[in-house]
Design a protein around this ligand. Structure first.
Ligand code: GTP
Length: 310
């Protein structure tokens, strides 16, 4: 194909098209949005300027290619099949579909792709490409915000509940133990009353960081469960290992020293642990409730201690 490529940003009238196909190519070249002209079988015939800019390929690099050669799984095989079976009687048309396409620099570009039939001669497909990178980044940011407690940066209660349900299912189906630790800051009302809520907030941040550092790996989750209450999920973790994690949290919190009004102030937490090993808890909620009850026992027994539910 030998279309004359016009500058899409000027209002100069198009040169007279010799035939409909030339006219189609001229129109594709004029489009502001990224577009390609394809044969019905997906051969790339033309990229407009916006498509060259988006994908980074020169027209000549894709001319002998088929569109599915740069579509990434899971749609690669589907597109290969659909193009192979595309004909003027049964063209492969597609409304906006989210796919990943390989750009010239190797990057996987998330795009919305639609394919429309241009009924000229035996037929062409017009592929419209919309860049979804900023939308995806925005969605990831929103998902992160929705999952995180803004004060401490730990997971929030909703994330905790979802992860506990998933971890419970995985561990009980595989007959792995699963442990939960519930932690509550001791005498925190007094702290707030004496030093104010802003210092109280800073204290919660330091405690959250200490808990996060004590959590063994990414399979575990530390969350802010409520005001001054935290919780940790330890999948595939026995009661004795959970006890060690709780001990590590206790040590790290003991190291927190906030100097206020010339006085050093230490904080402590009461912790309750519950572990599901052989079907003693029927649900994840029952396991969490047992850890919470164990934590309250730790409070009653004097605070700054770890209580295991049996
Ligand atoms: N600064 C601050 N304080 C909070 C926050 N959330 C809850 N609190 C405070 O945490 C305190 C909890 O007090 P209580 O439930 O009476 O418990 P406590 O004083 O820690 O006593 P025990 O738990 O019995 O050891 C209250 O004063 C709440 O206002 C928060 O986000 N920031």
């Amino acid at each position: 194909m030998n279309a004359s490529f016009n500058n899409p940003n000027t209002a100069e009238s198009l040169p007279e098209a010799a035939n409909q196909q030339d006219l189609l190519q001229m129109l594709v070249a004029q489009m502001q949005d990224a577009a390609m002209l394809l044969s019905l079988q997906g051969d790339v015939l033309q990229l407009n300027g916006a498509a060259v800019e988006l994908l980074g390929y020169a027209q000549s690099e894709l001319e002998s290619e088929r569109l599915h050669s740069i579509i990434l799984p899971p749609y690669k095989e589907i597109f290969t099949y659909r193009f192979e079976h595309s004909s003027s009687k049964n063209p492969f048309v597609q409304s906006a579909l989210e796919i990943d396409m390989q750009a010239a620099n190797g990057e996987a570009l998330p795009l919305s792709l639609s394919l429309s039939l241009m009924p000229i001669a035996d037929g062409f497909l017009l592929a419209n490409l919309r860049d979804l990178r900023s939308e995806k980044a925005e969605l990831r940011k929103l998902a992160r915000l929705a999952a995180t407690d803004p004060l401490t940066n730990l997971a929030n209660r909703r994330t905790f509940d979802e992860r506990l349900a998933r971890a419970w299912k995985m561990c009980t189906s595989q007959h792995y133990p699963i442990s939960v630790i519930v932690l509550d800051v001791d005498y925190f009302k007094q702290f707030n009353d004496r030093y104010g809520h802003i210092r109280g907030d800073h204290c919660l941040q330091l405690i959250a960081a200490a808990i996060a550092q004590a959590v063994p790996d990414d399979s575990c989750l530390a969350a802010r469960y409520g005001g001054e209450e935290f919780a940790v999920i330890l999948p595939a973790t026995s009661a004795s290992t959970a006890q060690k994690v709780a001990g590590e949290i206790r040590n790290r919190i003991a190291d927190i020293c906030m100097e206020m009004e010339g006085v050093e102030h230490n904080v402590s937490v009461s912790q309750g642990i519950a572990t599901e090993v052989q079907g003693q808890f029927r649900t994840a909620e029952a396991l969490l409730f047992a850890a919470d009850t164990a934590m309250y026992r730790a409070k009653l027994e004097g605070r700054d201690r770890i209580n295991q539910s049996f």
